[in-house]
Design a protein around this ligand. Structure first.
Ligand code: NDP
Length: 480
């Protein structure tokens, strides 16, 4: 059985405690045993990052460009192999996994370019003989805590900007899926990142994650995961006076209006709700459909779902892979049962047997639901979507906004009037017109509002808001 060590201060450091990474498509396939960092190793990683910070923060943009650019090149060259690993550990289909790896590679390429674009401003002072300079500096050591559903893209979209702007990193990936992040860290190390600039400490959030949040040696925390964990981390960061950024859950609405192109709407909803096994923070979990198109839409979605192939993530014919683990599968089933008890009608949603032992669940569409039901208020995080029938656009918009979340929102319509109004008035960080709520570009800001996000946006050049701090300098040149 292959064993994988933590990466601390430029060394691969083994640990007595190991955690098994199991393929959710085939429970007999163990990807490897991954070291669980203890408290001492986590503190060592933080100390190594602190020691590396002075030199890395003063490195030239060219040095950082070269490292990030090489990382991007290697990831893109190894896309197929890394995608296979990702599909094996997380369960998204091979094309989805290769797509995620490709995205990670492009993110490194983008942020290689960002090292050259930091710049600053020179502003005339209101006082004679004075000039004001506004510049950006790195924050220091960033602690990163990531979830299981994008095992390479989320670490990439945190690590790449952190390094680009001159910070050092200690990352703790989700315990369930450490392999893709492990490979990513190895690529960064081999691309020439100096010892201590990138550190990997695998293990439980309750051990490793808590130390990162509490440690005086960590200047800022970038977290993606559930609302409960995120809010607890945020509260601790406030107490410690640490900068933090939280990307959390969603209950994303997709509105389908009477005038929608039915094929476009069905494609957007099936993709947004069920692909990647619905395990995307941007998944469309509430389908809000006006009454004139409701029945035709529901029938068309059911027809599509009945033909969808659920199975082994590595099988070429599979369109929806397994649920990530037993705990998540039970959560999906619990919500399907609750929806039924509350009066919803469930299509699909049963466990599926395949040649291998795995966590296979047929996608579930719950019809006849109302906005107050739990299925429409709480994040399920699986291949489960509910349909809410509404009278008209105004009711659809009100229902779309009737949630504590605000990550992504979509509308399917052929009306420019409704599309524009929705774009302006829906309470979400990202809006999609005639396309799925999930699936975004890598060079533009990503994030939400309300209970979904806290702090500056991730990705694109907006990422610099989090990973840098602003300095205002006054230069008095005097009179000649
Ligand atoms: P969790 O909140 O359970 O875990 C996220 C990370 O936090 C894991 O690495 C976990 O460690 C760690 N953690 C757990 N407890 C603590 C603690 N006390 N202190 C510090 N770290 C801790 O989320 P999931 O992994 O289950 O991910 C699913 C969630 O992520 C969903 O709610 C989803 O919406 C959200 N998400 C949001 C995205 C966004 O950008 N808005 C993108 C993707 C997902 P451990 O490995 O031990 O569990």
């Amino acid at each position: 059985m292959s064993q994988f060590a933590n990466y601390i201060g430029g060394q691969w450091v083994e640990s007595d405690k190991l955690s098994r990474n199991v393929n959710p498509s085939n429970l007999d396939d163990v990807i490897g045993e991954f070291a669980q960092a203890d408290a001492a190793q986590t503190h060592q990683a933080i100390a190594a990052a602190r020691a590396a910070f002075p030199a890395w923060s003063q490195s030239t943009p060219q040095q950082r460009f070269d490292v990030l650019d090489r990382v991007g090149t290697v990831i893109l060259e190894r896309k197929a192999e890394l995608g296979k690993l990702l599909a094996r550990e997380e369960g998204k289909t091979l094309p989805e996994a290769i797509g995620e790896v490709g995205r990670a590679g492009q993110i490194f390429k983008f942020f290689a370019g960002e090292t050259l674009r930091v710049g600053g401003e020179i502003v005339p002072s209101v006082r004679p003989g004075m000039t004001v300079e506004i510049t950006r500096e790195p924050l220091g050591v960033i602690g990163m805590i990531t979830p299981w559903n994008f095992p390479i893209a989320i670490p990439a979209w945190k690590i790449a900007p952190a390094l680009a702007y001159g910070n050092c990193v200690v990352i703790k990936p989700a315990d369930l899926v450490p392999a893709s992040t492990w490979e990513l860290v190895r690529i960064i190390a081999e691309a020439g990142a100096p010892a201590g600039v990138i550190n990997l400490v695998m293990g439980r959030g309750s051990v490793v994650g808590e130390i990162l949040v509490e440690s005086e040696g960590i200047d800022a925390i970038s977290f993606t995961g559930s609302v409960a964990t995120g809010r607890a981390i945020g509260a601790k960061c406030v107490q410690k006076g640490k900068k933090f950024q939280l990307e959390m859950g969603g209950k994303n609405p997709m509105v389908v209006l009477d005038d929608a192109d039915l094929d476009v709407a069905v494609e957007a909803c099936v993709n947004g709700s069920f692909y990647s096994t619905g395990q995307r923070c941007t998944a469309s979990s509430r389908l809000i459909v006006t009454e004139g198109i409701h029945d035709r839409f529901v029938e068309a979605v059911k027809t599509r779902l009945s033909k969808i192939r659920v199975g082994d993530a590595l099988d070429e014919s599979t369109q929806i892979g397994p649920v990530v683990d037993e705990r998540q599968l039970e959560q999906d089933e619990r919500y399907i049962a609750i929806a039924r008890e509350e009066g919803g009608t469930v299509f699909g949603g049963e466990r599926v047997e395949r040649a291998t032992r795995g966590f296979f669940l047929a996608p579930a569409l719950v019809t006849g639901t109302t906005p107050d039901m739990r299925i429409n208020r709480e994040e399920v995080f699986g291949p489960v979507a509910s349909v809410i029938k509404v009278k008209d656009y105004n009711e659809a918009l009100a229902v779309a906004n009737d949630t504590e979340f605000g990550l992504s929102a979509g509308i399917c319509t052929t009306s420019l009037k409704y599309a524009n109004h929705f774009k302006r008035n829906v309470q979400a960080g990202m809006v999609m017109i005639n396309t799925a709520t999930a699936g975004v570009d890598y060079h533009v800001p990503f994030g939400g509002r309300k209970g979904s996000s806290y702090g500056p946006r991730e990705q694109g050049s907006y990422a610099r808001e989090f990973y840098t701090t602003v300095k205002t300098s006054y230069v008095f040149s005097g009179a000649i």
